[in-house]
Design a protein around this ligand. Structure first.
Ligand code: ADP
Ligand code: MG
Length: 231
């Protein structure tokens, strides 16, 4: 991954969140407080603004780290801290201009470790972890089997999708959804759904790219009125 791919990935994720905002809101309304869609959209609008700068940060890691900072500052909710810190951890693991599959594996593992350190989720808790962990495992397996980036991101996206789907029958044991007890069963976890978008965006960019930050120079005004996040 070079910086062009990292930018394309972040842009594609932002667009996926933009298009999926209503879905994330509906999912979070069913078992949470309904803010996941609007929160993620607001955070990713700030990231899009960063991507449109003429000189975004130097290394792949700096770009991901800046992204993490913006998400921490502007997303709010549990997801703001989790996504923000996870991007910061991945960024810290990539102080390079170009990363190979092995180094990306290590970065994703650092991101996952941060999810676990902050959220203490275990498999089956119905959280981001249930999509993120299988995605990282699939990425690592593809890498150790000698697969290239295309193979690794494709496997990771499929695993994230299956992982997100697997949260439907789970009873939430972490986060706001856990207050619902057994009534959280039967709903897809919103954080797992956005995590699926994250890995799907990467796979799409690697296999079908380039979708470069070119369209959408007109960012909605919400970028400028967003500092009310961070609750
Ligand atoms: P809230 O509104 O509850 O503060 P968000 O709506 O921002 O949080 O995000 C909700 C998502 O956060 C959940 O769907 C879940 O995936 C994720 N989440 C909550 N708690 C944890 C945790 N301890 N570990 C991992 N993910 C978590
Ligand atoms: Mg919420």
């Amino acid at each position: 991954m070079d910086k062009a791919l990292a930018r394309a990935w972040l842009w594609a994720f932002a667009m996926a969140v933009e298009e999926g905002e209503a879905r994330l809101t509906a999912l979070d309304s069913a078992i949470g407080d309904g803010d996941h869609g609007v929160n993620m959209r607001r955070g990713m609008l700030h990231v899009r603004r960063l991507l449109l700068k003429d000189e975004p940060p130097g290394t792949v890691g700096e770009l991901l780290g800046m992204t993490g900072l913006l998400l921490r500052d502007h997303v709010g909710g549990a997801a703001g801290v989790l996504y923000g810190s996870t991007f910061q951890a991945m960024g810290a693991a990539l102080p390079v201009h170009r990363a190979g599959v092995a180094q990306l594996t290590a970065a994703l593992e650092a991101g996952l470790a941060t999810v676990v350190r902050l959220g203490a989720a275990v498999p089956g808790d119905k959280t981001i972890f249930d999509a993120f962990a299988p995605a990282v495992a699939a990425f690592r397996d593809a890498s150790t089997a000698g697969g290239d980036l295309r193979a690794a991101v494709t496997a990771a996206a499929e695993a994230a999708e299956a992982g997100a789907r697997s949260t439907v029958p789970m009873q939430a044991r972490k986060g706001r959804a856990s207050y619902l007890g057994y009534r959280s069963i039967g709903h897809l976890d919103p954080g797992a759904a956005s995590t699926e978008m994250l890995f799907r965006s990467l796979a799409d960019e690697v296999t079908q790219g380039p979708l470069r930050p070119a369209d959408g120079r007109d960012l909605p005004d919400v970028v400028n009125e967003s500092s009310s996040a961070g609750k």
